[in-house]
Design a binder for this molecule. Structure first.
Ligand SMILES: [Zn+2]
Length: 306
């Protein structure tokens, strides 16, 4: 099944005037997801290799295991773990911002991406569209897709909080648990034991990094795909309200040609789909904007609507 985040851009390409900005928003969001996935893989590689390991020393001449065991600590692995973890948090938090900016672009709101309150603004504007174009009232009109990110889910709050703290403390707490310290254990023949590292979530909460990282990446991706799917559904509704794909194609051509010059809407044509109220939807034959009263406008067949 096509992920929700891609569906959103599929619909956007049949709705928006500026396809270059749709593609730019899609690429940026995809980039964020791919970097987060890459960071997850790198973290798991370090964890699987082990930061502190415990193994049996082999005899230098024969290569056979001896009775001696050795613990080795890899300082570079610690640095790598911290580096990839910082990057992971940065990307996970920015996936949300990238989605909000994508919604800002595909709904053609064109609010400044720099605005610190963009998430609330975009959510509010989509609510308004649902209320005015589709006669919905809260709480239905508040299901914008962006609303998923406004609810403070505890795990989402954790990521944001960790991201903020990543600037001033190390998050990968190296209270490693070393199983061979807890009770005398021998390394497996020809293998080794490795320590477990923890993410320090604050207030005494800590989670094994090897578990927390993949689960959290999946949660963010699920939330992203679910919310983008809702955005795609709302955008589909709006597209219908404005006369469907044919009207959108006309608006796109007009925008390309005139960069949005005003139009007197001399002629109107009927959309293939019927409005929510059961009445025909008309759009301007030139600029593609919806025309609410066609009396006196030219029809594509050469006549005049009466
Ligand atoms: Zn027009």
């Amino acid at each position: 099944m096509r992920p929700g985040r891609l569906l959103l851009f599929d619909v956007a390409r049949t709705y928006c005037r500026d396809l270059a900005s749709v593609d730019a928003a899609r690429e940026f969001l995809q980039f964020k997801v791919h970097v987060a996935e890459h960071a997850r893989e790198r973290i798991l590689m370090v964890v699987n290799r082990g930061v502190t390991t415990f193994e049996t020393v082999k005899h230098p001449a024969t290569g056979h295991p001896t009775n001696i065991t050795k613990e080795s600590h890899d300082a570079i692995a610690v640095m790598e773990l911290r580096m990839w973890f910082d990057l992971l948090l940065f990307e996970l938090v920015s996936i949300e911002d990238a989605l909000v900016q994508a919604a800002n672009a595909v709904f053609e709101f064109n609010d400044s991406p720099e605005n610190r309150h963009l998430k609330k603004i975009v959510h509010g504007r989509i609510c308004k569209e649902l209320e005015t174009r589709h006669n919905l009232a809260p709480p239905e009109s508040e299901a914008t897709g962006i609303h998923d990110w406004l609810r403070a889910e505890p795990w989402l709050t954790d990521i944001r909080e960790l991201r903020n703290q990543a600037t001033h403390r190390n998050l990968v707490k190296l209270r490693e648990s070393k199983s061979w310290h807890e009770k005398p254990t021998l390394p497996p023949p020809r293998g080794y034991l490795r320590s477990e590292c923890y993410v320090d979530l604050g207030n005494g909460r800590e989670e094994p990094i090897a578990e927390w990282v993949p689960i959290t990446v999946d949660k963010v991706k699920d939330l992203l795909n679910g919310s983008a799917k809702r955005l795609a559904d709302v955008l589909t509704l709006l597209r219908s309200f404005y006369g469907g794909e044919a009207a959108a194609a006309r608006r796109r051509a007009w925008w390309k040609q005139t960069k949005g010059a005003p139009c007197a809407h001399p002629g109107a044509e009927a959309a293939e789909l019927i409005g929510r109220d059961g009445l025909t939807i008309y759009f301007c034959s030139d600029c593609g904007e919806r025309v609410y009263n066609v009396t006196g406008k030219k029809s594509p067949k050469g006549g005049t609507y009466i």
